[in-house]
Design a protein around this ligand. Structure first.
Ligand code: NFS
Length: 680
């Protein structure tokens, strides 16, 4: 007999809902269960007023004004909140930027020739970067140029004085603001160390000075570490072009070896894609009874191999455990960032292997096969062989692959958008600028970032994106937010007909693009900065980033990286809606600065809110203010189109417990796996 289970508060994705119900039958404990078990969350922590910086505490400030109003050292709530936020920015910037450093290392390896399997795939981009970085190119080989560029970029991380080289791409007006404020970013390592020093106990006691220093570090991420990561990846693996694929758990294949890549760096996953096409490994898979080798991705590694190879996407952040619970994944390979330490425990519900590969990230309970660029192909082949072995242990009777998967188009970049927007004869941003100026397109909004367990998975992403495109806003996306839209079918050109306001629909139809453009992983937010630079350079809708009718939003922000991204957007002059409210609620001073005063200094500001409609209204009002200031034409079509509320109503599902699974449970297996930790 079917039993109705309401999972609407966990995810709006029907595929996720099905697997969550299967998880219950398996007795598996997921992130949602752990989140429930953690309730109520610490109120002091949520407000950001808990300080554990020194070892006299931990201290916490009473938000009701009755208990302690300063920490043992005398730090106020304002300072504690600012310090906690600053440390989050340092950590987030470090993660993105170290990713950048890793790929620069791969470029150095590629430039040496040898047997690593890497080489410069995009010499045009290499030459453009060489010119920017002052590397002589005339009469030199590609490898010599690449080697010098890699060395220059490596050194840039430690630059002590002057501006980061890629930050010089920012419009002049913005750079003048940074100079005036003393936040022009120097070397990435320099800024992170500087910020961590200031945020140490007993150093910077002025919360506003600390927030400005945090902006400097965030800028070193956005216009430095992240930008370098994107640039070098395009050199090594090719600049993306528009590409079709599919997204959601339905991309898992019942009759193939399913190898999932999860994490952030494309170096290994690109190699895995190549290895999965090797004739001998395909033969091995066939011998094992599989019809092929299916590589799909989770999180930003998924976005990387989607953008360049069209590999299917299994899901975003909160899909990582669900994918394993389907019983169809033979092996999941992880590198760095956003990898839940629970994965080996979840994998123990089935036959699935988890392999960690980064020297930075060991996962207790997973097998560790270290990725080193000089033997990348060997490592990739070894992992594919492991996946085939695991396939032979798969139990088909336990496999439950949801049917859901949606078509998508991805692969848009600042480099190729001018062609897609303008065609061969009118390549450039002029058609988009004209559409904005004429009132067909209200503006451009970047919707980015994670999933969080504080919101039903994808609910805010989809609500915000649907509302914006209905109001004639062109949306560009990265990260897990882009995957949310992909799963919901919003990255298809047809989505313009179904969801876009009349002006945006006209533009999308004329040039054949979706109303929501997938521009890559989270480090590729740097591509969005580059689009802003190009719009300013082309002229007509603003002489500085802060004058453009643009905005950003992180509707389900979860990680410290999201804080760093939000802050570099604001420091770059962008109005940024950030949900849920990060840990700033305990300080009026911090909120007033980040949501108000900072706009006079950088041209951008935050809107912190828990309410997605408030974010929509804030963004639209901001776009309209910018349009008015620029004296652009009124919007041709006011009011937008009604939004499909179907997602929420679909979340109540009929579910039949699969026969033979009653009381099966993998709770015991999970407990055993936990007991094995930290290392077998
Ligand atoms: Ni961005 Fe990408 Fe996803 Fe959030 Fe994590 S994968 S780097 S941090 S959760 S968007």
């Amino acid at each position: 007999m079917g039993n109705k289970v309401d999972v609407k508060n966990r995810s709006v994705d029907p595929a996720a809902q099905q697997v969550l119900l299967y998880a219950r039958d398996l007795g598996a404990v997921t992130a949602w269960d752990r989140h429930d078990a953690m309730q109520p969350l610490c109120g002091f922590g949520e407000l950001g007023v808990c300080c554990h910086l020194c070892y006299m505490g931990p201290c916490r400030i009473d938000p009701f004004g009755e208990g302690a109003q300063v920490g043992i050292c005398g730090a106020s709530a304002d300072l504690i909140v600012a310090r906690n936020l600053a440390r989050a920015v340092a950590s987030g910037a470090a993660a993105h930027s170290d990713h950048g450093r890793e790929v620069v290392g791969v470029l150095r390896e590629a430039s040496a020739g040898g047997s690593s399997g890497y080489r410069v795939v995009n010499p045009t981009r290499l030459l453009a970067l060489a010119a920017e970085w002052g590397i002589p190119a005339s009469g030199r080989s590609v490898n010599d140029i690449a080697g010098d560029l890699a060395r220059a970029m490596t050194a840039e991380f430690g630059r002590q004085e002057g501006s980061l080289t890629p930050a010089l791409r920012a419009p002049e007006g913005q750079r003048r603001r940074w100079d005036a404020l003393g936040i022009t970013p120097r070397g990435i390592d320099r800024e992170i160390v500087d910020l961590l020093h200031r945020a140490h106990h007993g150093v910077e006691s002025d919360p506003i000075a600390l927030l400005r220093a945090a902006m400097r570090t965030a800028l070193a991420d956005g216009w430095g570490g992240s930008m370098i990561a994107t640039d070098v990846q395009d050199v090594l693996f090719g600049g993306p072009t528009a590409i079709r694929s599919r997204a959601n758990l339905g991309v898992l294949q019942e009759r193939q070896v399913n190898l999932l890549v999860h994490g952030h760096e494309p170096a290994l996953s690109e190699m895995l894609v190549r290895a999965s096409r090797d004739a001998d490994l395909l033969a091995l898979a066939r011998e094992a009874g599989a019809e092929g080798i299916n590589i799909a991705g989770i999180c930003c590694t998924a976005n990387e191999v989607l953008m360049r190879q069209g590999m299917p996407v299994a899901g975003n952040y909160l899909h990582q455990e669900l994918a394993l619970l389907t019983g169809a994944v033979d092996l999941m390979v992880v590198d760095v960032q956003c990898v839940m330490p629970s994965l080996p425990t979840i994998a123990s519900c089935h036959h699935t292997s988890v392999v960690s590969t980064s020297a930075h990230a060991h996962v207790p309970g997973a097998e560790h096969i270290e990725f080193e660029p000089h033997r990348a192909k060997d490592v990739a082949r070894q992992i594919v062989r492991r996946a085939v072995e695991a396939f032979t242990r798969r139990d088909p009777s336990r496999v439950r692959i949801p049917r859901e998967s949606a078509d998508l188009v991805a692969g848009f970049t600042n480099e190729n958008l001018p062609q897609y927007l303008g065609g061969r004869f009118r390549s450039g941003y002029r058609p988009l600028i004209d559409a904005v100026a004429a009132g067909r397109v209200r503006g451009v909004v970047a919707v980015v970032g994670c999933n969080t367990l504080k919101v039903a998975q994808d609910r805010h992403h989809l609500a915000l994106v649907r509302r914006l495109i209905a109001e004639d806003v062109l949306v560009v996306q990265t990260g897990c937010s882009a995957i949310a839209s992909a799963k919901a079918g919003l990255l298809r050109p047809e989505a313009a007909l179904e969801h876009a306001g009349p002006g945006l629909r006209e533009v999308c139809e004329a040039v054949g693009i979706p109303p929501v453009l997938h521009v890559g992983s989270c480090v590729d937010n740097s591509r969005i900065l580059s689009v802003c630079v190009a719009l300013v350079a082309e002229g007509g809708i603003g002489a500085d980033i802060s004058e453009l009718p643009i905005a950003a939003a992180a509707p389900e922000a979860m990680s410290e990286k999201a804080i760093a991204i939000g802050l570099y957007a604001v420091a770059s002059g962008v109005f940024t809606a950030f949900l849920p409210v990060p840990r700033v609620g305990g300080s009026r001073v911090v909120r007033e600065y980040l949501e108000g005063t900072v706009e006079r200094e950088t041209g951008g500001r935050f809107l912190f809110t828990e309410d997605v409609e408030e974010a929509v209204q804030g963004i639209l009002a901001h776009l309209d203010r910018k349009r008015t200031a620029l004296k652009l034409a009124p919007m041709l079509h006011e009011g937008g189109v009604p939004v499909d509320a179907g997602a929420a109503s679909r979340s109540l599902v009929d579910y039949e417990t699969p026969r033979g699974l009653e009381g099966l449970g993998c709770g015991k297996a999970q407990a055993r796996s936990q007991a094995r930790a930290p290392r077998d």
